[in-house]
Write a protein that binds this ligand. Structure first.
Ligand SMILES: Nc1nc2c(ncn2[C@@H]2O[C@H](COP(=O)(O)OP(=O)(O)OP(=O)(O)O)[C@@H](O)[C@H]2O)c(=O)[nH]1
Ligand SMILES: [Mg+2]
Length: 286
């Protein structure tokens, strides 16, 4: 499967990030806790250069707790702070705010030394489409000022949100990069909902997801889709069986593969199959 999605508005977003970089004190890079490697946009570090950055991993409520702990250990072993959050419930948000206060203290100190008066800290939130940037801003500000939605490409322009007289946040549109070197990255991004479904072969994608689940979460797969055995079967075989079991049938008695594929992808994205991580720290090495 060859997945690429870099429409014109994302090229514009890269320019927008560059233009606004000089206006902000810190950048919050939001990753998806289920795919910490695939959701890391290589273009972002290239754009940021020496600007201070805080990394937060969102949707941690949907990820496998055991794997999350492996990631926490991995991040600390390489000397990075990692903050795992849930932008809907608010888990981890205080930790993130504390990190922002640290940046603010340093800034206030520098301003004082230069004899400048107090200015609020400005933070720009960046990340892949649909990762929860606007939801995070709403959670931090306690208001619903940023529009959110369960599909990629909801935010189309920049929007400043004043949290209080200390913090201002800049919401930005989700951004990907022109070419995924490794197709597993494209698949992970597509499965978790960072890529528009209209441009995907969703049947092939759901079959790939079934193969990943067969390898790492076989018990969830069998239980959710009432499969008999999974050994020796391809993802497509299993998807067909799931379609039959769910009654996704078209006239003539054939399985409606597009429908079952969309059901499966929706259920994964909604956390209904189980708490699932698609990447582990050891994947960085391969
Ligand atoms: N389960 C869960 N869902 C979340 C979390 N954060 C955001 N969401 C959901 O993810 C979807 C996308 O959220 P948005 O805040 O619109 O994402 P975004 O990054 O601003 O997306 P774009 O503007 O399209 O780039 C919405 O359906 C949110 O309700 C989270 O921590 N956990
Ligand atoms: Mg948004």
């Amino acid at each position: 499967m060859n997945i690429q999605w870099f429409p014109g508005h994302m090229a514009k977003t890269k320019k927008l990030l560059l233009e606004n970089l000089k206006l902000v004190d810190v950048v919050i890079e939001l990753l998806d806790a289920r795919i910490p490697v695939s959701s890391k946009n290589p273009v972002i570090d290239e754009v940021l250069k020496s600007k201070p950055k805080i990394v937060a991993l969102n949707k941690s409520d949907l990820a496998d707790e055991k794997v999350l702990n492996m990631w926490k250990e991995w991040y600390s072993s390489v000397g990075y702070a990692s903050i795992f959050i849930n932008s809907i419930k608010g888990t981890g948000i205080n930790q993130l705010k504390n990190k922002m206060r640290d940046v603010m203290k340093e800034r206030i100190q520098r301003d004082r030394e230069k004899g400048r008066i107090f200015r609020p800290v400005k933070a720009m939130i960046v990340g892949i489409p649909n990762v929860g940037k606007s939801s995070l801003i709403n959670k931090i500000s306690g208001r619903g000022s940023a529009i959110t939605g369960d599909r990629p490409g909801v935010t189309r322009g920049k929007q400043w949100i004043n949290v209080n007289n200390e913090i201002q946040l800049l919401d930005t549109p989700g951004i990907l990069w022109p070419k995924f070197e490794d197709q597993r990255v494209g698949i992970n991004l597509a499965i978790t909902g960072a890529i528009k479904d209209d441009i995907l072969d969703t049947t092939e994608l759901a079959a790939s997801l079934f193969e990943i689940l067969c390898a790492n979460y076989p018990e969830y797969l069998v239980k959710r889709y009432k499969l008999t055995t999974i050994e020796g079967k391809t993802g497509l075989d299993l998807l067909l069986e799931a379609g039959k079991n769910r009654g996704c049938i078209i006239s003539g008695g054939q399985v409606d593969m597009t429908r079952i594929a969309s059901v499966v992808l929706d259920e994964l994205r909604g956390g209904k199959i189980g708490k699932i991580s698609l990447e582990r720290p050891e994947d960085i090495l391969h």
